[in-house]
Design a protein around this ligand. Structure first.
Ligand SMILES: C[S@@+](CC[C@H](N)C(=O)[O-])C[C@H]1O[C@@H](n2cnc3c(N)ncnc32)[C@H](O)[C@@H]1O
Length: 248
């Protein structure tokens, strides 16, 4: 599997070139390639006239992968996560230390008493997609929610170690390695394929030090507790489990 930056129209070549340099990924000029099928397992960050998208392979009919805040604002509802969020204080602040596409952060932002969410994302290519998703929000609903967001392209442990601020809620969604690989949705499958398989020791401890009220960890239902630390309680769904660590 390889990972390239590409573009949908020749007028976007300079933009793609600059992105490829920033992300240290090879620029791919598919206008010169005949054998599109031989790239079906490779990933492409494509600069299009509308937005930045991620694609696996180069076939035209493939669904683009991106932070689709407009769709998620109205057509997505994570009841299990909502249960895990019950009882948070008024005007709570949240730190999402594993932002990814920002879908879970958007869900958290739907609570009226959520004041702000800081999203941390280490992988620069993912951060570019997230940032671009935010810049291209057009619906009123999604604009209302994402105005609570502030993004940081940084390593979460580095951030937590140096943070002077505490957050009411810290949300952690580490990658699910070794479970249900074939059933992952395309966004999560792409993240798994493109991320390095590294467990982060100490993330829970640092999060507990930096949280005022609660830490929530999303796990696959068959996974052990993060850092082997038992939560205050868990909420289980068909596939995932939310481990809730209450501070007070
Ligand atoms: C399972 S995904 C999170 C998905 C996210 N909850 C969503 O709704 O899209 C985990 C994310 O954490 C990011 N990540 C991994 N290690 C990190 C680190 N040390 N600091 C910040 N982000 C990290 C990965 O790049 C990946 O995007």
């Amino acid at each position: 599997m390889r990972f390239f930056v590409s573009y949908s129209h020749s007028c976007l070549k300079q933009k793609a070139l600059s992105l490829s340099k920033n992300l240290n990924l090879e620029l791919f000029d598919h206008f010169k390639i005949d054998d599109i099928a031989s790239f079906s397992n490779d990933y492409f960050l494509v600069c299009t006239s509308e937005r930045l998208i991620l694609k696996k392979g180069l076939k035209k009919n493939l669904k683009p992968i991106f932070s689709n805040f407009d769709d998620w604002a109205t057509n997505y509802n994570d009841e299990l996560l909502k249960k895990a969020l019950k009882g948070l204080p008024k005007q709570f602040s949240c730190l999402d230390v594993t932002a990814g596409f920002g879908k879970d952060s958007l869900e958290i932002s739907k609570l009226n008493h959520c004041r702000s969410i800081t999203l941390l994302e280490k992988a620069s290519w993912m951060y570019s997609l997230l940032e671009d998703g935010l810049e291209n929000v057009y619906s009123g609903e999604a604009k209302q929610l994402t105005k609570k967001f502030s993004l940081r392209n940084t390593d979460n442990l580095t951030f937590l170690n140096s943070s002077k601020k505490k957050y009411d809620l810290i949300y952690i969604d580490p990658m699910f390695y070794g479970v249900q690989k074939s059933k992952a949705k395309k966004h999560m499958q792409a993240l798994r394929d493109l991320s390095s398989d590294e467990a982060q020791k100490g993330l829970l401890r640092e999060s507990l030090n930096c949280a005022k009220f609660r830490v929530i960890v999303k796990r696959h239902k068959h996974m052990s507790y993060l850092d082997d630390e038992a939560p205050t309680r868990s909420i289980k769904g068909k596939v995932v489990r939310f481990d809730i660590y209450n501070i007070i």
